[in-house]
Design a protein around this ligand. Structure first.
Ligand SMILES: Cc1cc2nc3c(=O)[nH]c(=O)nc-3n(C[C@H](O)[C@H](O)[C@H](O)COP(=O)(O)OP(=O)(O)OC[C@H]3O[C@@H](n4cnc5c(N)ncnc54)[C@H](O)[C@@H]3O)c2cc1C
Length: 383
C-alpha cells in the first residue's frame, strides 16, 4: 500500500488515521507551504472528538486538544454554543456541546505533504489513477482520494454533469477583529468566553462571533472573528456595490451596544470578506470502478450554520481509513474498501447537507428560533 494511495490533499485526516493503522500515503496540496494562507476561522468540534481519539496516534490527538483558541478554558472542557437575541445580547438558547479549536497545524504534524502541487487532471489508467499537476509532474496511484474542498476539481471529473455547487439566497460578510481585554471580558461575563451566534429580532440578520487568538505574551492582542449574514433581497445588488467595511458596519449597527460599538470602531484597513453560502446536496459520483473517491467538503459541501463540515470530514477520513486497513490486511479489495466507505458516508452526509441548509434559513428568522427552538439550527449533532 505504501505510496500507492494518493490524496489530493489535506483533509489530512485520512493520512493521520492511516498512520495509526501503519499505512503510509501522500498528500498533494496546491499551497506552497503551511503558512501561505492565514487560516482565518476556528472550528467547533463536537462528538467527533471520540472518533478522533480512536483513530489518531495519541501524540497527534494531544496536539489537536491543545490547539484551543483559549487555553484557559481547559482542554477537556466542552461547551454549548449560545444563541442570543441580537438586539439585547441576552442568551436565549444553546446548542449542545462542542470544542473550539484551530487544528490545521496540529494535524499536519509528521505527514508526507507535497506542497505546491495543484491538481489539474486525473485519468483512469491500467493499475489505478494518474494525477497531473500544474508543474507538469504526474503521479500514479492505486487509488485517489479527492479532499480538495468545496470547489473540488476531482469532483468535476467524477460527477461531470452534477458537480456544480448550489448557491443559497443568503449573503454573508466576515472579518477578523482585534479586541481589547475589556471587550473580551464583557462577552466572557455576559454571553460566552469562546463564541456565540444569534439573530436580530427586527432585521433577522444572523451574527456569529468567536474568539480566534488569546494573548500568550505581553503586547499581544485578542483576535476574534465576526460574521453577519442575511437573506438576499432586491436591494442587495446596490448594497454590495459599496465598500464591504461600510456594509459590515451597517449590518452591525442594530445589534446590542457592545457588538455595535466593536464593529463601528473597526479601522479603515479591516479586510471584510464575502462568504459564499453554497452546498452540494447530491453526494453521488462515479468512483471509476472503485479507484477514486471524495471526502470532506469535496464530497458534501454544506453551509456553516450547524458547524458540521469539519466534523463530517473527520468521520469520512476515519471510516475510509478503516476500510483501507481492511484492504491492506487482505480482507477486501481496494475498490471494495472505497465502496464500503461511500455506503457508510452517503446517508450521513446527505442528511447533514440538508439539515445545514434548513439551519441556514432558520437562523435568519428570529421568531422561528425563539418560539420553535429550530431543531435544524440548535439540534444535537449526529456525527
Ligand atoms: C466561516 C466558516 C466557519 C466554519 N466553521 C465550522 C465549524 O465551526 N465546525 C465545522 O465542523 N465546520 C466549520 N466550517 C466548515 C469547514 O471549514 C469545512 O467543512 C472544512 O474546512 C472542510 O475540510 P476539507 O479538508 O474537506 O476542505 P478544505 O478545508 O477546503 O481544504 C481543501 C484543501 O484542498 C486544497 N486544494 C484545493 N484545490 C486543489 C487542487 N486543485 N490541487 C491541490 N490542492 C487543492 C486547498 O488548498 C485546501 O488546502 C466552517 C466554514 C467556514 C467558511
Amino acid at each position: 500500500m505504501c505510496s500507492s494511495l494518493e490524496t489530493n490533499n489535506p483533509n489530512g485526516g485520512i493520512l493521520i488515521a492511516l498512520r495509526r493503522h501503519g499505512i503510509l500515503c501522500t498528500v498533494f496540496e496546491r499551497d506552497e507551504s503551511a503558512d501561505m494562507r492565514s487560516q482565518g476561522w476556528g472550528v467547533s468540534i463536537h462528538s467527533t472528538l471520540t472518533t478522533w481519539e480512536a483513530h489518531l496516534l495519541p501524540e497527534i490527538y494531544d496536539g489537536v486538544c491543545e490547539a484551543q483558541v483559549n487555553p484557559a478554558i481547559g482542554r477537556d472542557e466542552v461547551r454549548g454554543v449560545p444563541w442570543i437575541n441580537g438586539a439585547t445580547g441576552k442568551v436565549e438558547q444553546s446548542v449542545p456541546k462542542s470544542k473550539r479549536l484551530r487544528i490545521r497545524k496540529a494535524l499536519m504534524e509528521g505527514l508526507d505533504i507535497k506542497w505546491g502541487k495543484r491538481l489539474v487532471d486525473i485519468v483512469k489508467v491500467e493499475g489505478g489513477v494518474r494525477a497531473e499537476f500544474t508543474d507538469g509532474s504526474t503521479v500514479l496511484g492505486a487509488a485517489l482520494v479527492g479532499a480538495d474542498g468545496s470547489t473540488s476539481i476531482v469532483r468535476k471529473f467524477l460527477a461531470p454533469t452534477t458537480h456544480e455547487l448550489h448557491r443559497l439566497p443568503i449573503n454573508a460578510l466576515g472579518c477578523a477583529v482585534t479586541m481589547t481585554e475589556e471587550q473580551v471580558n464583557y462577552f466572557n461575563d455576559h454571553v460566552d468566553p469562546l463564541y456565540f451566534m444569534g439573530t436580530h429580532p427586527e432585521t433577522d440578520t444572523f451574527v456569529f462571533w468567536s474568539l480566534l487568538e488569546t494573548p500568550t505574551a505581553p503586547g499581544q492582542t485578542y483576535r476574534a472573528q465576526v460574521y453577519f449574514s442575511w437573506i438576499t433581497s432586491d436591494v442587495d445588488e446596490e448594497l454590495l456595490k459599496q465598500p464591504l467595511l461600510d456594509l459590515f458596519k451597517q449590518k452591525g449597527r442594530p445589534f446590542f451596544p457592545h457588538m455595535r460599538d466593536m464593529v463601528e470602531a473597526l479601522p479603515e484597513d479591516t479586510v471584510v470578506t464575502k462568504v459564499n453560502l453554497v452546498d452540494w446536496p447530491y453526494v453521488e459520483w462515479d468512483n471509476w470502478d472503485g479507484t477514486c473517491t471524495l471526502i470532506g467538503d469535496a464530497a458534501h459541501c454544506m453551509v456553516i450554520y450547524r458547524g458540521e463540515g469539519v466534523n463530517h470530514a473527520i468521520v469520512d477520513a476515519c471510516q475510509l481509513a478503516d476500510t483501507i486497513k481492511s484492504a491492506a490486511d487482505g480482507h477486501i479489495s481496494i475498490s471494495e474498501a472505497i465502496r464500503a466507505y461511500e455506503k457508510q458516508m452517503r446517508p450521513r452526509a446527505k442528511e447533514a447537507v440538508e439539515t445545514s441548509r434548513q439551519a441556514g434559513y432558520d437562523g435568519h428568522c428570529y421568531a422561528r428560533v425563539d418560539k420553535e427552538g429550530s431543531f435544524a439550527l440548535l439540534g444535537e449533532k449526529p456525527v
